[in-house]
Design a protein around this ligand. Structure first.
Ligand SMILES: Cc1cc2nc3c(=O)[nH]c(=O)nc-3n(C[C@H](O)[C@H](O)[C@H](O)COP(=O)(O)O)c2cc1C
Length: 166
């Protein structure tokens, strides 16, 4: 059985980018046309809603922990994410999430730019996410973070290096 067993994969052109912005709490403040189209929601439904509105149940919590730990400290984070559209269909993205700063250097919100990932990367990340989901069911997010650290330590690479290598 494939990693995602419900809904259909939504395809989009590899040259297009999907953009959204959030406030500090992760509420959506902006979505470009493609973001809105793929979500299946209206702009009105999206704006002001938590970004977890499009969370897919196959996304490990561990990945979002890494995301928020990084961006809340002002770092940019890369991640493969599968999102769930309103009707239950899904689409994979390669996301680059960055903090937005004001003129005083404070983080005032976040910005995500996403592209279509390569098929090989989806296969590799699905295998990892499957493992993390199993571990999270047993040992929660802390277990997921420890397991990911062990996997990366064994390979001798950082999270960023792994993400860029697949
Ligand atoms: C700029 C930005 C973009 C995000 N994009 C997504 C996204 O496309 N899909 C998603 O599931 N979560 C996204 N998140 C993470 C969500 O805020 C949230 O942490 C995640 O959906 C998990 O939900 P939870 O934190 O309620 O467990 C994004 C967060 C930020 C700051």
């Amino acid at each position: 059985m494939s990693f995602i067993s419900s809904g259909n994969e939504i395809s989009f052109d590899k040259d297009r980018i999907i953009v959204s912005k959030t406030d500090l709490k992760g509420k959506i403040t902006y979505g470009n046309e493609l973001f809105i189209e793929l979500s299946g929601y209206s702009e009105k439904e999206l704006l002001g809603s938590p970004h977890s509105m499009i969370r897919h149940e196959k996304m490990p919590k561990t990945v979002f922990r890494i995301l928020w730990n990084g961006i809340s400290k002002g770092k940019e984070i890369f991640a493969y994410v599968v999102n769930r559209a309103k009707n239950g269909d899904y689409y994979w993205v390669f996301a680059n999430v960055t903090p937005s700063f004001n003129s005083r250097g404070d983080v005032v919100g976040y910005h995500s730019v996403r592209r279509k990932p390569k098929q090989e990367a989806i296969a590799a990340i699905s295998e990892l996410y499957g493992k993390l989901l199993d571990i999270e069911r047993r040992d929660g997010v802390d277990g997921g973070l420890r397991a990911l650290e062990d996997i990366l330590d064994n390979e001798g690479i950082s999270y960023e290096e792994y993400i860029i290598s697949i």
